[in-house]
Design a protein around this ligand. Structure first.
Ligand SMILES: [Fe+2]
Length: 209
């Protein structure tokens, strides 16, 4: 199993061109009008990034949790900037069968990828339009791996096979973090797992700004 030792960060593997936010959004919108694949958005993200001067507009901070800042959304895709204060941690959550891509803009994050081994309400996954009704009272999860997300580093993804994870800005790093997230299709809720109490439930997702 990987550890969270992050002292040896890998060198940048890509260096996207800074572009105006309008150009970035136009590119995403155009891609969203065709067949959206994991590879197409990945290729876009390794060659384009929102220039720093435009990014400022989407950075808003709260002291105790991350903020979700909307850049663009249509029926097929959403783009947001997430600002992570020092020590911010998401609960363990699903991605509803979405495709998702995350690039780091500032600071770093740890992504822990999980696999649901079993739960006692698996029939609640047999529902149309989203991943699960939730409601289990016994849940077994397995940590698959841990990824370090850094600027220029590997683009972190969720997909139809890897859908459960938790993201952490470790307090010991003592550094805020900013990341860019693209999801397709957009979702307005996800399933959150509380492994201590062995409960899962749907949580609404909103933009903060
Ligand atoms: Fe997530």
């Amino acid at each position: 199993m990987d550890t969270q030792d992050t002292t040896a960060a890998p060198a940048a593997i890509y260096s996207p061109k800074p572009v105006a936010v309008e150009e970035f959004v136009d590119g995403i919108r155009t891609l969203s009008e065709g067949l959206i694949t994991k590879q197409k958005i990945y290729d876009f993200l390794i060659t384009n990034e929102i220039r720093e001067s435009d990014l400022q507009h989407y950075k808003h901070w709260l002291p105790d949790r991350h903020t979700r800042n909307k850049v663009f959304r249509n029926d097929m895709i959403e783009v947001m900037v997430i600002c992570w204060p020092i020590g911010a941690i998401t609960p363990l959550h699903t991605h509803n069968g979405q495709l998702g891509w995350m690039t780091m803009l500032e600071g770093k994050l740890v992504v822990e990828n999980y696999h649901k081994v079993r739960c006692n309400a698996a029939e609640n996954e047999q529902v149309v339009g989203f991943d699960c009704l939730a409601g289990a009272t016994q849940i077994e999860m397995e940590l698959i791996d841990t990824e370090l997300a850094i600027p220029g580093g590997p683009i972190n993804t969720v997909d139809k096979t890897q859908t459960i994870h938790r993201i952490k800005n470790l307090a010991e790093w003592n550094e805020p973090a900013v990341s860019l997230h693209i999801y397709s299709r957009p979702i307005d809720s996800c399933v959150v797992f509380d492994m201590d109490t062995q409960r899962c439930f749907r949580r609404d997702l909103k933009y903060d700004y």
